[in-house]
Design a protein around this ligand. Structure first.
Ligand code: TRP
Ligand code: SF4
Length: 400
């Protein structure tokens, strides 16, 4: 349970575009080979802002899963599921709400930001205020160790860590904890017991973080500890009680620099996107009609690539030789803009080809997608139920 586990969610609020691919999905595809990965459709999170037009969520859920699969997310390597199909998330959200100070939520930077940004919507709701706490429940219920997110979401991960700490602090106490922890240390065996005690002392007396990390690594390696003893030993390292919820790390996804058709960042709200599985003819048309250096009016005018959005796409899609060709041709009026755009069009189509093919498989037989998700829901639910058992017990809700 303490080995690395990656969890991330995406809100189904519209179709995915190449910005999502370069910013997030490529990263997921790579991680699925390196870690245990859980990826889910955050449909409840979408409802916090789209409560007045849920139709868009319903449509987007399946399209989004197909986009993930098209991008190469592989159900043989990652568990894919839908948040609302694991109702334990809601139960944990509710239980965590008991110990969540209102101020922590009200002070969340995303709270005011989003309210201002989406000023057309009334977001002074209970659900929207609780958005970060629902996200904490998503993460903590799987005891995820790593959460890949963009920069804007880092405060939510930090908040999640604080919630986990607060929970462990309030509910992690156990009668006879000290004795049980001491007994668990003995079970590590001679050398390892001594090492554990030394590392713990170094951490507690000198604040030596490296010692803490080494001690955690030592525990990670122990295969024959019981679940309870393992939790106690983790908890005992940092002080107080038993660790019931574990603190996740944010795994920062490099901000997507994917430029859109107008040179601004690719984003649905700027209306400058190429969707992941956009029709081939449409891709060509969108790029052919992209604006270029506004000063290059006639074919005979020289251009400045630094003032041209097409040049930014060359940065993403072209090799050195092609970039050199474009730059040279542009600044000498040796090539026309349509010519300059050709290699970009070709590269985008090339990138999308395998995505279109994979997607077609699922479009032809939608039951494949339903089955992948049904499997994922079931797997996720098992994991979530394990955590909930511990949480309920810790909060005194395990009536016999
Ligand atoms: N809030 C995230 C976003 O807007 C989506 C999300 C919901 C999420 N729950 C999560 C991301 C849990 C990571 C982990 O992008
Ligand atoms: Fe832009 Fe290329 Fe035209 Fe130069 S030649 S303005 S880089 S499209």
């Amino acid at each position: 349970m303490f080995a690395d586990r990656v969890l991330s969610g995406m809100r189904p609020t519209g179709s995915l575009h190449l910005g999502h691919y370069h910013g997030v999905l490529k990263n997921w595809v790579q991680m699925q080979h390196e870690f245990e990965c859980l990826f889910f459709v955050a449909d409840w999170h979408a409802l916090t802002t789209h409560y007045d037009n849920p139709q868009i969520i319903e449509q987007s859920v399946w399209d989004m899963v197909i986009d993930w699969l098209a991008a190469g997310v592989d159900p043989a390597h990652a568990t894919l599921f839908i948040q609302s199909k694991v109702p334990e998330h809601a139960e944990l959200h509710l239980l965590l709400s008991m110990i969540t100070p209102l101020g922590w939520l009200e002070r969340m930077p995303t709270y005011k930001d989003q309210q201002e940004k989406l000023s057309g919507k009334d977001l002074s709701t209970y659900g929207f205020l609780g958005y970060p706490l629902l996200q904490s429940a998503d993460i903590l219920i799987y005891r995820a160790t790593q959460v890949p997110v963009g920069e804007d979401q880092v405060p939510h991960i930090e908040f999640t860590r604080e919630i986990a700490r607060r929970f462990n602090h309030i509910y992690g106490k156990e009668i006879g904890f000290q004795e049980k922890a001491e007994a668990a240390i003995k079970k590590l065996g001679g050398k390892k017991s001594k090492l554990y005690v030394d590392l713990r002392t170094r951490y507690q007396e000198q604040g030596d973080d490296e010692a803490l990390e080494s001690a955690k690594a030592l525990l990670d390696e122990q295969q024959n500890l019981s679940h309870g003893d393992r939790e106690r030993l983790f908890g005992y390292l940092e002080g107080g009680g038993k660790m019931i919820l574990s603190e996740p790390q944010a795994m920062l996804t490099a901000a997507s620099k994917m430029p859109g058709l107008d040179g601004q960042k690719m984003s649905k709200s700027y209306n400058n996107t190429i969707s992941l599985r956009e029709d081939e003819a449409e891709v060509s048309k969108k790029i052919r009609t992209m604006p270029t250096d506004p000063a290059r009016i006639r074919r005979t005018d020289v251009g400045d690539p630094d003032r041209c959005p097409v040049w930014q796409l060359h940065q993403v899609y072209s090799n050195e030789a092609t970039k050199e060709w474009a730059k040279q041709g542009c600044t000498s009026a040796g090539i026309g803009c349509i010519e300059c755009k050709q290699p970009v069009i070709a590269a985008v189509l090339e990138e999308q080809k395998p995505m279109r093919e994979r997607a077609q498989l699922y479009l032809d037989d939608p039951s494949l997608v339903r089955n992948i998700i049904a499997d994922g829901n079931e797997k996720a639910r098992k994991l979530a139920q394990e955590t909930m058992r511990d949480v309920r017990e810790a909060m005194g809700l395990e009536y016999k």
